[in-house]
Design a protein around this ligand. Structure first.
Ligand code: ARG
Length: 453
């Protein structure tokens, strides 16, 4: 196979080296962006008088035909041509002859690949943001349907205080909201145009980088040619944002898995979103959230793979950087698939409201309210904490709930207790008492829902 860079070489490339160095099997997915970038580059060369009109037209047409060929599955990708950039360029030269050989004027594959990656990620991030928005909507739907559904809130996975189910789900809304913001913010740094940095030093040819940027809709161009070809921060940042998003989905998954167990028995996941066991006939397994939780590890791995790949690279471009593609593509695919299935999954979940609210009234979840009651009567918090602790101990020993103790018994612990204590520690009242901003009271939760909408 003739190489585009064969001039300096007297021997053919070893077959094994060809296979080892090639990236075409995975970077072919950049074809659309590679062609888009090349067309913009070519138009710029034409405008700057580096190519004549005829050449410009031939190249643009040639590239458009190649795009069609690829889309129709008629393009033959060649490992001997290493990557998507040279596969397309070689095809162009074969098709239109001499003018094709002028396309690469004033650029290098180093700035070309940086451009392709930015164009690719810019598109994919929009898809991911759409996915996050959709999932946020699913969460709001659940929150709105459950403004008076009660569940135990947990700390240390021990029942802590009663909360509204909507408040619990809205916690995930907040996480996803930050995720969306993170992706949007990273877009600012992705959306910078590197082409024209050439190999690393820029070019002596009279090119117009700003024109390329305007053709490709970039608000700005990179400002240092060395940095332009050696920077992969934007891929790392993307993978970091993706890792945080997946961590959130993984936490939600963990809860759904726990909640669907007989031990919790809080939810039922629809049959169409579960799978069975090949041996135990009674099983119905929550595989979808399990797999999202499982894939999260791989997404962290991808982030680490990029960070580690970059950490010792001298400036500027190094071939190591070709290894950024698979982790990045895998992250994009996994995040998109997880978001997509999650929006559906949430629609398949049935909450067992009675079980949830039953659980909320067990485990002395209103002990803090009882303590607050005494605080309101003027006792120092540390003292009230101790008194209520003693009441809890008494109840555990006697196998009683707070409600089973009469006022007389309560007064043995503190004579500040009055009849209204039993109303005060009702689960509903406990929740509605949490009126502090951002608290779980119905009023606060409805306020947040209204704000979001
Ligand atoms: N396939 C290469 C990559 O992904 C393109 C850049 C190659 N540049 C070079 N000087 N060999 O990084």
């Amino acid at each position: 196979m003739k190489k585009l860079w064969e001039g300096r070489f007297s021997e053919d490339t070893d077959r094994l080296v060809e296979e080892f160095t090639a990236s075409i099997s995975f970077d072919k997915r950049l074809y659309k962006y590679d062609i888009m970038g090349s067309i913009a580059h070519c138009k710029m060369l034409g405008r700057c008088g580096i190519l004549n009109k005829e050449e410009t037209k031939k190249i643009v047409n040639g590239l458009e035909n190649i795009e069609k060929e690829i889309e129709e599955g008629e393009f033959e990708f060649d490992t001997g041509l290493e990557d998507i950039h040279m596969n397309i360029e070689k095809r162009l030269i074969d098709e239109i002859g001499d003018p094709g050989g002028k396309l690469h004027t004033g650029r290098s594959r180093n700035d070309q690949v940086a451009l392709d990656m930015r164009l690719y990620l810019r598109d994919e991030i929009q898809e991911i943001i759409k996915g996050i928005k959709e999932l946020k909507r699913s969460i709001i739907r659940i929150a709105k349907k459950n403004v008076d559904t009660i569940m135990p809130g947990y700390t240390h996975l021990q029942r802590a205080q009663p909360v509204l189910v909507s408040h619990h789900f809205l916690a995930y809304f907040e996480m996803l909201d930050r995720d969306e913001e993170r992706f949007k913010d990273s877009l600012k740094r992705i959306n910078v145009m590197p082409l024209g940095s050439a190999a690393l030093a820029g070019t002596s040819l009279p090119i117009d980088r700003d024109y390329v940027a305007s053709l490709l809709n970039f608000p700005k161009i990179t400002t240092n040619s060395i940095d332009s070809v050696s920077d992969r921060d934007f891929t790392i940042e993307f993978c970091a944002a993706a890792s945080i998003l997946m961590m959130h989905l993984s936490r939600l998954s963990e809860e759904l898995i726990l909640w669907s167990s007989s031990e919790f028995n809080f939810i039922e996941i629809g049959d169409s979103f579960c799978t069975g066991s090949s041996i135990m006939p009674q099983k119905k397994n929550p595989d979808v959230p399990e797999l999202v939780r499982g894939k999260t590890g791989k997404i962290y791995g991808n982030l680490f793979s990029l960070l580690t790949m970059m950490k010792s690279l001298p400036l500027a471009y190094n071939r190591d950087m070709q290894e950024d593609k698979r982790p990045l593509f895998d992250t994009v695919d996994t995040v998109k698939a997880s978001l997509n299935i999650y929006s559906r999954l949430l629609k398949e979940i049935k909450l067992k409201k009675d079980e949830m609210s039953n659980a909320a009234s067990k485990g002395f979840t209103t002990a803090t309210d009882m303590s607050d009651y005494l605080v309101k009567k003027g006792l120092p918090f540390r003292e009230t904490h101790k008194i209520v602790g003693e009441i809890v101990k008494y109840c555990i020993n006697k196998n009683k709930r707070f409600e089973d103790l009469g006022l007389k018994k309560m007064k043995e612990f503190s004579d500040l207790f009055e009849d209204d204590i039993f109303r005060y520690i009702k689960v509903e009242n406990s929740i509605n008492g949490k009126m502090s901003k951002g608290g779980t009271s119905g009023k606060e939760v409805l306020k947040r829902i209204a704000e979001i909408e």
